[in-house]
Design a protein around this ligand. Structure first.
Ligand code: ADP
Ligand code: MG
Length: 243
């Protein structure tokens, strides 16, 4: 019985993810089809159209690869990484897209190393989801503030703050449930997937938002294993942080 329950829960998750993949891929495919039809009918495809088609293909590729990461078996390999570089990579990936939308990334990263134990690609997926949400909340452009601080216990605190439309109060408790979306073309899977990944990294994710002012997402991730082991040595324990 328990096994059945577990399996059906797993199936639901797979089904939800499959629906998300289908949805996310259909949009760029529709755009690509439109351009090809234009070419067929008018023979007027220009370099800008081709650029846009390439962009759409890249997007499909990104979605598929990010979802494949999630589809991997649970035996994930955690590696010690500096989260500043993980987030920096994602920012570079999204930078040109942000630029096109009149959005600027304003980053303040700790000058200290911010080591965490992580499955890098999963964590990248979280940052992509959150930065995409921030960008989508600012159709007229603006600044997204991105910071990484190190707490005195070695945790890395990542904050992404936008100046977007904000989230209505009644929607906040529902965030993390699948298919909760305020967007016409949204999947409502981004926050759910992100929360799961952060939980599996023994971290926390908090969302604070005000309509028409903006949204701030704060992720706290524990410091690397070596530091924790160090903290657990007799006499070295921090009284505030010990259990
Ligand atoms: P999706 O983006 O596909 O709709 P998500 O799970 O990523 O799904 O987000 C769920 C919903 O939460 C969004 O549709 C949006 O209404 C709201 N939301 C999330 N992040 C933000 C943000 N930074 N600003 C405004 N609304 C947000
Ligand atoms: Mg989203």
């Amino acid at each position: 019985m328990e096994e059945l329950l577990r399996r059906s829960e797993k199936l639901t998750t797979v089904g939800q993810l499959a629906a998300g993949v289908a949805h996310e891929i259909r949009n760029p495919l529709t755009t690509l089809r439109g351009f090809l039809q234009l070419q067929q009918q008018t023979n007027k495809l220009n370099i800008r159209h081709v650029d846009m088609m390439l962009g759409e293909l890249d997007r499909i590729n990104l979605i598929v690869s990010e979802f494949l990461i999630l589809a991997k078996p649970q035996a994930t390999k955690y590696e010690v990484k500096d989260v500043r570089f993980v987030l920096g990579d994602v920012m570079s990936l999204l930078d040109s897209q942000a630029h096109l939308c009149g959005i600027v990334f304003d980053s303040h990263f700790s000058s200290e190393t911010c080591y965490i134990a992580c499955e890098e690609n999963q964590l990248k997926q979280v940052f992509i989801n959150l930065l995409k949400n921030a960008m989508e909340a600012m159709p007229k452009g603006g600044v997204i503030h991105i910071s990484i601080e190190k707490s005195k216990w070695g945790e890395s605190i990542i904050t992404i703050t936008d100046e977007g439309c904000g989230i209505p109060d009644e929607m906040i408790p529902q965030l993390g449930d699948p298919f909760v979306t305020g967007k016409e073309a949204g999947t409502g899977l981004g926050i759910m997937v992100s929360q799961r990944i952060i939980q599996s990294h023994r971290g926390t994710m908090d969302i604070v938002s005000q309509v028409d002012v903006g949204t701030s997402v704060t992720i706290t991730l524990p410091g690397n294993v070596a530091e924790e082991e160090l903290a657990e040595l007799p006499g070295e324990q921090d009284p505030v942080h010990s259990i």
